[in-house]
Ligand binder design. Structure first.
Ligand code: PXG
Length: 293
């Protein structure tokens, strides 16, 4: 595997950064997870734009343009000879001193790993996920905006630990008021009486690119969809439930806190959304065209 660091491709064993990098010392940096299917990068522009927004929000300068980062990402995929997979794009604050001050860091670093990801066992895409409500709350936007995809995912990692220890595959995260925010790496949707409902991002979730895609899919299919604050009760009594994310894709959830959701199987509307999603990922995206040279 060849890994991109600051303009150079390295073999995995040689792909190294400083132990003084503030990305490691303080989780000071931002990232994106991006999928590519069928020789095309899915929703590349939206991911790159969100990366630059995250960086701007934490006063982190990316020493490349959006077009240059996109180009580096495509070249890294191409150099690895991949046509389908997952890219982790990371911007760290860079090498600094022991001490929080980010202004001691001379230059941010750009790392691109083109590989693959499997968030859940393959069979769960047929049968649906078991979820557990986590006591770990989503931090309030008053502390750090959930829109910043930062390198500090400890909150989500702790929630994931709770979910797995509680016998589930995914954890439901609530905000400080007890309303549903999202899951540990995915947005959540329910279906009730033929209508899809998802929490507003103001409830403390990332405005996922896959989440936005579901709104577009519903518009195309004529399925009513709206945002509303949800409680755990709303999910217990939902007819269907599904999760979305770049890594997760679209996947049904069939149980929360030992309550069966709907009939305990992926629902009809969920299956329609999944099939439209599959169609879009295989037919759209930025080509990873072969190098003409
Ligand atoms: N919420 C959170 C907290 C996320 O991290 C999503 C929602 C879905 O957003 P997108 O834009 O991807 O539809 C995410 C993104 C992982 C992993 O390793 C998770 C994500 C991204 C990359 C890796 O679990 N989730």
């Amino acid at each position: 595997m060849k890994i991109y660091i600051d303009g150079t491709l390295h073999e995995e064993a040689d792909a190294k950064i400083s132990v003084f990098d503030h990305g490691l010392l303080y989780g000071d940096g931002v990232f994106e997870g991006i999928r590519f299917y069928n020789n095309r990068v899915f929703e590349l522009e939206d991911h790159i734009s969100r990366l630059f927004d995250s960086a701007k929000s934490i006063l982190l300068n990316i020493p490349m343009s959006e077009a240059e980062v996109s180009q580096a990402l495509i070249e890294t995929i191409r150099e690895n000879g991949l046509t389908k997979g997952y890219v982790r794009l990371i911007i760290t604050r860079g090498k600094g001193t022991l001490g929080l001050n980010p202004f001691q860091c001379q230059k941010s670093s750009i790392i691109i790993i083109a590989s693959s990801i499997a968030l859940y066992p393959e069979e769960k895409y047929q049968t649906g996920l078991v979820m557990v409500t986590c006591s770990t709350r989503r931090p309030t936007p008053a502390s750090l905006s959930p829109q910043v995809k930062s390198l500090n995912y400890l909150n989500n990692v702790m929630a994931k630990v709770e979910a797995i220890n509680g016998g589930g595959e995914e954890g439901l995260m609530l905000n400080e008021q007890g309303f549903v925010a999202e899951c540990t790496g995915d947005n959540i949707f329910i279906v009730r009486n033929g209508e899809i409902i998802t929490p507003p991002v103001s409830a403390g979730s990332l405005d996922g690119i896959t989440r936005q895609l579901v709104f577009r899919i519903c518009q195309n299919l004529g399925i009513p969809i709206r945002e509303a604050n949800l409680t755990r009760h709303d999910i217990y009594i939902a007819h269907e439930c599904f999760l979305t994310g770049t890594a997760a894709e679209v996947i049904a959830a069939i149980e929360l806190d030992r309550r069966t959701i709907g009939n305990g199987k992926p629902g009809e509307i969920t299956k329609k959304v999944i099939s439209e999603f599959r169609e879009l990922v295989s037919n759209t995206g930025t080509p990873i065209s072969p190098d003409p040279s």
